[in-house]
Design a protein around this ligand. Structure first.
Ligand SMILES: Nc1ncnc2c1ncn2[C@@H]1O[C@H](COP(=O)(O)OP(=O)(O)OP(=O)(O)O)[C@@H](O)[C@H]1O
Length: 254
């Protein structure tokens, strides 16, 4: 499914958090969103997810303006893993993942064995099957994050939006979640702070003070000049001697 933002703007108390953002993400593409703290990545993801209505411009799913779509239709197409998804309910890990099936249920379409299988598979994919019966409040930060990713997978979305999905994960789970996400046959938009991880995206968008200031392949976008200008760091772009891929070595903050 194609996801398009056309001239999207979002302001609060006269403060421009998003300023004329336009981008088109192709069906099946893995698109990385990078930018310094406070540059608007989360705000943009929330608008793309339909959680915040743009104050200017519009978002389209394929050719349908999201504004005209019922919330249920949006929930059947888009899953969003927020940075700090939390719940105060006394709820188990499996039940959190089961919530991913909600958009598909109705009095005429009750829970089936197929839903059980989808939930089981999602828990398995993020390595959380052994902890599936644990209560949410007893899980660690990284375990909670993996449960939230499993909830999104159980939604079987056509578009998956992820806000810093690896920030609480140990390195093994970071790598396995990113590989899993990349292999999914769906459109993925992923906000990342680890710029070397962003290298694996097909295209990258760079946010700066609410504006999309650069867009292209990782090779086009992640240059030493861009890292200096947008992130205020001095970096060298090196070649990995094992697979000849590009790696960034960050030297110092400027
Ligand atoms: N409800 C709000 N009221 C006022 N300012 C807000 C509100 N929500 C976000 N902001 C501000 O908007 C800016 C963009 O925030 P956003 O969370 O989108 O940035 P981000 O790029 O995701 O940052 P980070 O990398 O730190 O997660 C920040 O300066 C933030 O303080």
């Amino acid at each position: 499914m194609r996801l398009t933002a056309e001239g999207v703007g979002w302001t609060i108390h006269g403060h421009k958090l998003l300023d004329d953002v336009s981008l088109g993400i192709a069906p099946g593409e893995t698109f990385g969103l990078i930018g310094p703290n406070g540059s608007g990545k989360t705000t943009l993801l929330r608008v793309l997810a339909g959680l915040q209505r743009p104050k200017r411009g519009r978002v389209l799913l394929d050719d349908r303006p999201m504004q005209a779509m019922p919330q249920r239709d949006i929930a059947r197409s888009i899953a969003f893993v927020e940075q700090q998804a939390d719940t105060h309910e006394r709820i188990g890990a499996r039940e959190v993942v089961e919530l991913g099936r909600t958009p598909f249920l109705s009095p005429l379409r009750p829970w089936t064995e197929q839903d059980d299988k989808i939930v089981h598979r999602a828990l398995e994919d993020v390595g959380m099957l052994p902890l599936a019966e644990r209560l949410w409040h007893t899980l660690s930060g990284g375990e909670r994050q993996r449960v939230q990713i499993a909830r999104a997978l159980a939604q079987q979305p056509r578009i998956l939006l992820l806000d810093e999905p690896t920030n609480h994960l140990d390195i093994r789970h970071q790598l396995s979640i990113l590989r899993l996400v990349k292999q999914l046959p769906v459109t993925v938009v992923i906000a990342l702070h680890d710029l070397n991880q962003a290298m694996d995206c097909e295209r990258i968008g760079v946010m700066e003070a609410g504006r999309l200031v650069d867009l292209g392949t990782p090779e086009q976008v992640l240059t030493a000049a861009r890292l200096r200008r947008t992130f205020g760091v001095q970096a060298d772009i090196l070649e990995d001697p094992v697979d000849r891929s590009r790696i960034m070595r960050f030297r110092c903050a400027l």
